[in-house]
Design a binder for this molecule. Structure first.
Ligand code: FE2
Ligand code: FE2
Length: 301
């Protein structure tokens, strides 16, 4: 049985646009180590991309479980935007992952492992815990997304800026914009239907452990399966050592992740409005680089 809900928060209006977008990745134009020639970083990003489709399906299921209990019109509308955005993210990452698989990354194997864990494993948990896991992982995706959008050093890990529809960089930037747009939805649904701070903290701690172990183990195995590791061991070792200085592993990012366990935390404590305006403009504004890739939009304000 779900715990009794705490006082439901008032939900402000938010712009959560479902952009039905289609990317394409000409194989000939993507170097094997697409993160600026860095093998370790390429495997980490490929690993994260492999997890997204099944992960996002689970996010959608866990929020949809409570859709009928959301009565506030604004939150109801945002749940629709959240589901729409995550569905397209899953589809586009699947297509990117097929491309990575053809390039030698074990994305399909990781996808199957994640399916087993998220689809079968999460069903053993109460629905309130499934939703709490989604809210915790959404905090991770929003934190990583806003690091990408706001930190030029993080974007430089992709190499020179390329905002065309054929680059991994653009796929991640589009995904980052939408993760930031809907970062509060799963959390607000959780606060509305459950709200237990204890469950929120326990699940966040478990998610942190699983996220770190999964990313490290998955990326390490993928690196060990990569012939480059054996042909160029020193280059690979330097690339692994560089991860320690990655902008994604800085103290401010870790502090922001930990912030989630504060009793009075809310995802919008981290204001990303200016960042979102900037990147919506660059990707989808009057001369946005992705405009010709968008088939339809829904929910745009
Ligand atoms: Fe997503
Ligand atoms: Fe998300």
């Amino acid at each position: 049985m779900s715990p009794a809900p705490a006082a439901a928060p008032a939900v402000p209006a938010r712009k959560i646009t479902t952009r039905r977008i289609e990317f394409e990745y000409p194989t000939s134009q993507t170097p094997r180590h697409f993160m600026n020639g860095d093998p370790a970083m390429s495997h980490v990003v490929a690993m994260l991309s492999s997890v997204f489709p099944e992960g996002e399906d689970m996010f959608v299921r866990s929020v949809r479980n409570y859709r009928d209990r959301i009565t506030e019109p604004e939150l109801k509308k945002q749940v629709g935007g959240f589901i729409g955005q995550e569905a397209i993210h899953g589809r586009e990452h699947r297509s990117f992952n097929e491309h990575l698989q053809a390039m030698g990354y074990p994305t399909l194997f990781i996808d199957r492992c994640v399916h087993y864990g998220f689809f079968h494993g999460s069903r053993l948990l109460p629905k309130s815990w499934q939703l709490a896991i989604t809210a915790a992982l959404e905090h991770y995706t929003a934190t990583l997304a806003e690091t990408l959008l706001g930190n030029a050093e993080a974007r430089a890990e992709f190499g020179p800026e390329d905002l065309s529809a054929a680059s991994a960089q653009t796929l991640l930037l589009w995904h980052a914009v939408e993760e930031s747009e809907h970062k509060a939805v799963a959390f607000d649904v959780y606060q509305t239907v459950c709200g237990s701070h204890r469950i929120r903290v326990i699940t966040m701690n478990l998610v942190t452990l699983g996220f770190l172990l999964g990313t490290v183990a998955g990326s390490a195995v993928a690196l060990l399966l990569d012939g480059h590791t054996y042909r160029h061991p020193i280059h690979t070792a330097r690339s692994v050592a560089r991860l320690r200085r990655s902008p994604w592993l800085r103290r401010d990012v870790a502090r922001r992740i930990r912030d989630y366990n504060r009793r009075d935390f809310h995802p919008e404590d981290h204001d990303a409005a200016a960042l979102l305006d900037e990147w919506r403009g660059r990707l989808f504004g009057a001369s946005g680089t992705l405009n010709d890739r968008i088939r339809t939009t829904a929910g745009a304000a």
